[in-house]
Design a protein. Structure first.
Length: 709
C-alpha cells in the first residue's frame, strides 16, 4: 500500500507535501484563502519579508476552502482534553462561521506546522490569541475581497455566518467559498488584532459538547491500534525482568516452532511477529531469555530515605526576608517531612504504534503527545532526514504526560524496517506499567513559624525530586526559602511528566502543613488561609469555593471532616474543599463530596472546562487515596490493575465545579490545575474526621490507623 492509498483511507484526498518551503507547501493544498501566523510577536510581519517566511516559522495556518469550509492546521493533538472543540470555538467566534463548518487538522508532521507538543495546559493559554488573530486577519481579507466584488466600501460590510453581507441590505452578500473560488491567496498577519468584546460573543463562553463525541461513542474514532494495513504483522516482546537488565542469551527454538512466527533480536529487543496478535503473544511467552539484573539500591519502602541521602541542592526557587529572624519572631515552630510515592499514568490506551516503510520513508501512527518530537527521535535513530519520517495524526486514549515519551514508536519502527512488513505494537498492561515514565517519588521537608495571631512569619521548604511547579509563595510569608534537591539518575526507572507534574506533590505538602499551623493555634483552616493569602485572585477563588460548598467548619460531624487546599497551576487559581467519612475501625475513607473553584480567566467552553476539572478531581482521588508503585529498584512489582488501585465508579464522589466569571481576562489552562489540590484537601479532611495526620500519599487505611490520635 502506497502513501496515496493510505491518505485516501485515513486522511482524505489531500496529497501530502514532503517538508517543503512555505510556497510549495501551500501549493500542495490547492485553492483557497490561507492565513499564515508566524512565531513573531502577534505574528506581525512586513509584506516585503513575506517570502522569507519558512515552514518552520509558522505556528498555524487557516485555510478558507472553495466550498466555504474552514481548515485549521496545527501541530497540537487531541487526547481527550477537548481542544478540537475549544479551538474551533474561538475560531468560529472571530471568523463568524458555524462550528460545524470547521475542520481541525492536527498533529500530522508533513501537513501541519511544527509544535513542541501538547502538554502543560499550554494550548488555550498560548494558542488561543494566536488563533483569534489569524481568524481576524482572514475575516478582514474576506471583507476586502467582498468589497471589490460587491462594489461596496469595506466599512459598509460585515462578516456573518460564513458570508460577507452589506450592513444596510443583507440581500447583498457573498459567501466565503465563492470569494476564494479559483484563487490561492496567501496572507500573513500584519496588524495587531482587535479581539471581540465578551459582550459580543456568540460562541465563546457557551456550553458546547465535544465535537468528536459522536465518533467516540459510536466507535468510529480511530486510535493507533485501529489502523489496519495489508500484510500487517502484530508484535509481542519478551521483556527483561528489570530496568537496567542486559540480554545474556536467548533460546528462540520453541517460539520459532509455531507456524507463521518470526522471531527478531535487535540490540536488547527480543520480539515476535505474527499475523495474529494472540499467537504473537503466545510465541513471546515461549522464548527463554536470560538477563542480568542491576544492583538493588532502594525499594518502595526505603526510597524516601534514599532520595534525601542522595539529593543535592540544585537551585533556590524563592528567597526573601531573613529566616533566622522569622523563626525568632514566631510563637510556634513546626516542622515535618512529607512523602509521595511513584504514580503511573494508567491511561486506558497503552502505548501503541503502527508503522511501515515505503522505500526509505517511514510512515507511522503513534499514540503520542509529541508527534514532531517523535519524528525527530525516529529520524535520529535511523539516521535519516526529518522529511523521511511521517507521523500521522491519530486520537489518543489518554496521555496525562505519559505519552510525551514514545519508546513504542522506536520499537515498532525497528521491527517494521527489519521485517520489511507493516507492524503494529500495542504494549500490554504489564509493559505499560513497566515502561511508563512514572511521576517522581518525592520528599518535602517544611519548617514553619507562626504567630498566635495566625500570621505565618517563616517558611523553610526543601523539595527533593518534585521540581518547582507551583511552589512560589502566595501566602505573603515575609521570611522564606524554597530550595530544590535532586540528582541525575536518582530514580530506579524512567520518570516524567504526570498531569501537573510535581505540583500535586508540593501542594499536598504545603497545604497539609498550612493545616498543621492552623490546628496548632486553634484557628479554622479556612479562616487561617484567608488571614494569610496575599493574592486577591486566590482569595476570591477560595471565597467562591466556600460559598459553593456552604462551608461552616472543618469538623462537620462524627468521623466526618472537611479539608481545604489552595494552589496555582497553568495560570489558573484553584481552591478545593472535600468532605470525607473515615471508618474508625478500618481506616477506610469514603469521599462524600468535592467542590472545586477556579479562576481561569475567560472560560471559552464551560462544558469542556467542567469535565476537565471533574476528570482532574476523579484522577486526583486516585493518587490521594490508592495509587502507589511497589518496586525492588529496577524491578517493577506493580504491573496491572489487580495491584494498582485507582478511583472506580463506586468510589467516585459527587463533584461540583464553579468558575470565577472573568470573561474580560485572557483564558488560562484547565486540563491540570484542579488535580493539584486533591491530595492536600483529602489529607486535611481525613485529619479533621479522624485526628490522623498522614504525611504520605496515598493516604491509605494503614497509615490512618497508625497515625490516629
Amino acid at each position: 500500500m502506497n502513501t496515496e492509498e493510505i491518505n485516501e483511507i485515513y486522511f482524505g484526498d489531500v496529497d501530502l507535501p514532503v517538508n517543503p518551503g512555505r510556497r510549495e507547501f501551500i501549493k500542495k493544498l490547492g485553492a483557497g484563502l490561507f492565513i499564515i501566523f508566524t512565531v513573531k510577536p502577534f505574528g506581525l510581519i512586513a509584506e516585503e519579508e513575506e517570502d522569507k517566511v519558512k515552514r518552520e516559522d509558522f505556528n498555524l495556518f487557516l485555510r478558507i476552502r472553495e466550498d466555504g469550509r474552514v481548515e485549521c492546521y496545527t501541530g497540537k493533538i487531541e487526547m481527550g482534553q477537548g481542544i478540537t472543540t475549544s479551538l474551533a470555538q474561538v475560531l468560529a467566534e472571530e471568523l463568524e462561521v458555524e462550528l460545524n463548518s470547521i475542520d481541525m487538522i492536527m498533529g500530522d508532521t508533513d501537513l501541519c506546522p511544527y509544535d513542541a507538543g501538547t502538554w502543560g495546559s499550554l494550548t488555550t493559554r498560548l494558542f488561543d490569541p494566536v488563533l483569534r488573530a489569524a481568524a481576524i486577519e482572514a475575516r478582514m481579507e474576506l471583507i476586502k475581497l467582498a468589497s471589490a466584488e460587491l462594489k461596496i466600501s469595506e466599512d459598509q460590510l460585515k462578516a456573518e455566518n460564513g458570508f460577507v453581507v452589506a450592513v444596510k441590505d443583507k440581500t447583498l452578500k457573498v459567501s466565503y467559498g465563492s470569494l476564494t473560488k479559483g484563487k490561492r491567496i496567501v496572507k500573513t498577519v500584519r496588524r495587531a488584532p482587535v479581539f471581540k468584546k465578551p459582550a459580543d460573543f456568540k460562541k465563546v463562553g457557551k456550553m458546547i459538547s465535544a465535537t468528536n463525541a459522536i465518533l467516540k461513542v459510536t466507535g468510529k474514532a480511530k486510535y493507533s491500534g485501529d489502523i489496519q494495513l495489508p500484510g500487517m504483522l502484530y508484535a509481542a516482546i519478551s521483556r527483561p525482568p528489570a530496568h537496567g537488565s542486559k540480554l545474556l542469551s536467548v533460546d528462540k527454538s520453541k517460539a520459532e516452532a509455531i507456524p507463521g512466527v518470526k522471531v527478531m533480536v535487535i540490540e536488547n529487543l527480543v520480539a515476535v511477529l505474527h499475523a495474529n496478535p494472540n499467537m504473537a503473544a503466545n510465541a513471546a511467552a515461549a522464548i527463554k531469555a536470560e538477563w542480568s539484573k542491576p544492583e538493588v539500591l532502594a525499594t518502595d519502602k526505603t526510597i524516601f530515605k534514599y532520595l534525601v541521602e542522595q539529593g543535592k541542592e540544585t537551585r533556590v526557587v524563592e528567597e526573601k526576608g531573613n529566616l533566622e529572624l522569622g523563626f525568632a519572631d514566631a510563637d510556634f515552630i513546626l516542622d515535618a517531612e512529607y512523602h509521595d510515592g511513584y504514580k503511573a499514568h494508567a491511561s486506558i490506551e497503552t502505548h501503541t504504534a503502527t508503522a511501515y516503510f515505503e522505500g526509505d520513508r517511514l510512515i507511522i501512527w503513534a499514540s503520542t503527545q509529541t508527534p514532531f518530537g517523535t519524528r525527530k527521535d525516529l529520524a535520529t535513530k535511523f539516521n535519516v532526514p526529518l522529511e523521511k519520517v511521517l507521523v500521522k495524526p491519530i486520537l489518543l486514549g489518554g496521555g496525562f504526560g505519559g505519552k510525551t515519551s514514545n519508546d513504542q514508536a522506536i520499537e515498532v519502527a525497528l521491527l517494521a524496517k527489519e521485517s520489511g512488513t507493516p507492524v503494529q505494537l500495542a504494549w500490554t498492561r504489564e509493559e505499560e506499567f513497566m515502561y511508563d515514565k512514572f511521576r517522581h517519588a518525592a520528599v518535602m521537608q517544611i519548617k514553619a513559624g507562626v504567630k498566635k495571631s495566625g500570621k505565618i512569619v517563616a517558611w523553610k521548604y526543601n523539595i527533593y525530586c518534585a521540581g518547582n511547579r507551583g511552589v512560589n509563595d502566595f501566602y505573603g510569608i515575609p521570611n522564606l526559602r524554597v530550595a530544590l534537591y535532586d540528582k541525575k539518575g536518582i530514580h530506579p526507572f524512567g520518570t516524567g511528566a504526570w498531569r501537573a507534574p510535581g505540583n500535586n506533590t508540593t501542594t499536598f505538602a504545603r497545604e497539609s502543613h498550612i493545616d498543621v499551623l492552623a490546628d496548632k493555634i486553634g484557628m479554622d483552616p479556612l479562616a487561617f488561609r484567608l488571614a494569610n493569602v496575599s493574592n486577591s485572585k486566590l482569595e476570591r477563588t477560595l471565597r467562591l469555593a466556600e460559598k459553593t460548598f456552604k462551608y461552616t467548619s472543618a469538623k462537620p460531624g462524627k468521623n466526618r471532616g472537611c479539608g481545604i487546599a489552595l494552589g496555582f497551576d497553568a495560570g489558573t487559581y484553584v481552591a478545593v474543599i472535600a468532605e470525607v467519612e473515615v471508618n474508625p475501625s478500618t481506616g477506610v475513607v469514603k469521599v462524600l463530596r468535592v467542590v472545586c473553584a477556579q479562576d481561569m480567566g475567560q472560560v471559552v467552553n464551560p462544558h469542556g472546562a467542567t469535565v476537565q476539572a471533574e476528570g482532574c478531581i476523579t484522577m486526583g482521588l486516585g493518587y490521594a487515596l490508592y495509587e502507589d508503585i511497589a518496586f525492588n529498584w529496577g524491578e517493577v512489582i506493580t504491573r496491572n490493575f489487580d495491584n494498582y488501585e485507582f478511583t472506580r465508579f463506586s468510589t467516585t464522589a459527587p463533584v461540583e465545579v464553579a468558575f470565577i466569571d472573568d470573561m474580560n481576562a485572557p483564558p488560562q489552562g484547565g486540563g491540570e490545575p484542579a488535580i493539584i489540590c486533591v491530595g492536600g484537601a483529602i489529607a486535611n479532611a481525613v485529619f479533621h474526621a479522624s485526628g490522623a495526620r498522614v504525611n504520605q500519599m496515598p493516604v491509605i487505611p494503614e497509615l490512618i490507623l497508625a497515625n490516629h490520635k
